[in-house]
Ligand binder design. Sequence first.
Ligand code: ZN
Length: 157
Amino acid sequence: MGLTERINKTDKLSYYEGQIPIEYVYTYGLGLEKFFRAIKDQGKFLASTCKECGVTYLPARSFCERCLVKIEGTTAVPGTGTVYSYTTVHLNMDESPKKEPALVALIDMDGTDCRFLHYLTGVKADKVKVGMKVKPALKAKKDRKGHIEDIVGFQPS
Ligand SMILES: [Zn+2]
């Protein structure tokens, strides 16, 4: 069957296994680039505040998502926060079982109007509480690469 043929019988479908090599470069953009560079180089969390509406974004943005105005500058925030919600994850992205269940939390980030979704570390599921104060756990500086996994997770503070 060619690519332009109409599928009339779904029980007669065929497929071919193979790989399609794709090379690409992902760029963070101006705001996220500052955010990830600050974590990598200084272990700091950079936020940005819209002068028009006052919303403080984390990670830092270069444009306000609400007002669509340009945001100038960034401010370091502590990177601490409060657990807003959490769950236990038992499967990997490919739906295979994880060796160990992982805790994932939605965290209200201090000094911002944003929530961060990330792993909880250093705590057992039965000890996690909504409202629990947490702080970031970063990789050692030499191991940071400028991406979200530089943050190992958030642990009770
Ligand atoms: Zn705004």
